[in-house]
Design a protein around this ligand. Structure first.
Ligand SMILES: Nc1ncnc2c1ncn2[C@@H]1O[C@H](COP(=O)(O)OP(=O)(O)OP(=O)(O)O)[C@@H](O)[C@H]1O
Ligand SMILES: [Mg+2]
Length: 307
């Protein structure tokens, strides 16, 4: 089925082997991944909660109705380059496999933020939710498994869901936030197997009414020494760097005198490691000395300041 390019940048279908590999390459997110898969599974498959309730308590617990009524919104918040977009783009793969369902992910286009013309943002957001509702399979009655599920990804959500409290907020933006809140509520009321994921660097800037609706908020952080070591060990596998050399490198990428923050995941995967490879290419091999020398020339991205 064709997709409206004004509304969605891409529509991806899962399971997808490329996304499976990218999901597996994420490190240090085990807790988030485990919690997220439970949240997502129970939001998309209320029939499984029903079965659990009957199996373990012999009855339909009122508590599961509370879970069912929650808006299907999950927020990924935190520092730059810590895996929010990467997890959002890939988590549907293991989910689709575990639930034996096809999942479609709709990536809301930045263009959907509109050009500021009166009513445009509101119209685009309302249309995006309407298209999502139309394309998402319905939840079957009688506790049966749905035939498919959908995820709406709103990346850089603070640009869209900025607090209406901000005095300088343009009237048109406020209307856009209202449309967003309405869209999320309509999804909840329609009981569709559908999830909305919002990513943001600035949780505090999100509209309180949007935050309040979140079934879960996950906090993403820069990697600790242990995680930096794991990432370097994975990504430099085959280079024969010793454990001591990897530790020295990981240590150098942490906080230091005069700098109270270390490298982000993306500083390591997108800047440091490519720079190490290019420093060795085409005539040398990667050594611990070379890696440390390159690391000394790269500065980590400063943390995102709230205001
Ligand atoms: N936990 C992680 N494990 C391994 N690699 C990671 C992890 N987090 C990020 N990366 C690497 O960094 C790249 C950028 O990550 P991503 O785009 O998800 O960051 P982000 O949190 O969305 O940042 P921003 O807030 O700037 O949008 C990824 O493509 C991946 O290579
Ligand atoms: Mg991102």
């Amino acid at each position: 089925m064709s997709v409206n390019k004004d509304l969605f940048e891409t529509v991806l279908t899962y399971p997808d082997p490329a996304m499976q590999a990218r999901y597996a390459a994420l490190c240090g997110l085990d807790e988030v991944q485990a919690h997220l898969s439970k949240e997502a599974e129970t939001l998309l498959r209320p029939d499984l909660l029903e079965k659990w309730s009957k199996d373990h308590h012999g009855t339909h617990l009122p508590a599961i109705d509370l879970l069912r009524r929650r808006p299907p919104l999950i927020i990924f918040a935190g520092d730059v380059g810590t895996g929010k977009t990467e997890l959002a783009m890939t988590f549907a793969d293991p989910l689709a496999r575990a639930m034996d369902l096809e999942i479609e992910l709709f990536n809301l286009s930045l263009r959907a933020r509109g050009s500021g013309a009166v009513g445009e943002m509101t119209r685009l957001i309302s249309n995006a939710f309407a298209e999502l509702r139309a394309r998402c399979p319905k939840l079957p009655d009688g506790g049966r498994k749905p035939t498919g599920a959908a995820v709406l990804l709103i990346d850089e959500a603070d640009a869209l869901a900025q607090s209406r409290e901000l005095a300088q907020m343009h009237h048109e933006d406020r209307a856009g936030v209202n449309a967003l809140i309405r869209g999320i509520d309509d999804l909840a009321n329609a009981h569709l197997p559908c999830l909305v994921i919002m990513c943001t660097n600035r949780l505090s800037a999100l509209d309180p009414a949007v935050r309040r609706r979140a079934a879960a908020v996950f906090d993403f952080k820069r990697p600790s020494l242990v995680l930096r070591k794991k990432l370097l060990t994975d990504q430099l596998a085959g280079t024969r760097l010793t454990d001591k050399e990897i530790t020295a490198l990981a240590d150098m990428l942490g906080e230091s005198k005069g700098r109270d923050y270390g490298f982000t995941f993306s500083d390591i995967t997108q800047r440091l490691i490519p720079a190490i490879v290019l420093a060795a290419y085409p005539h040398e091999k990667i050594t611990g000395t070379l890696a440390l020398r390159v690391a000394a020339t790269i500065q980590p991205t400063p943390p995102f300041k709230a205001e």
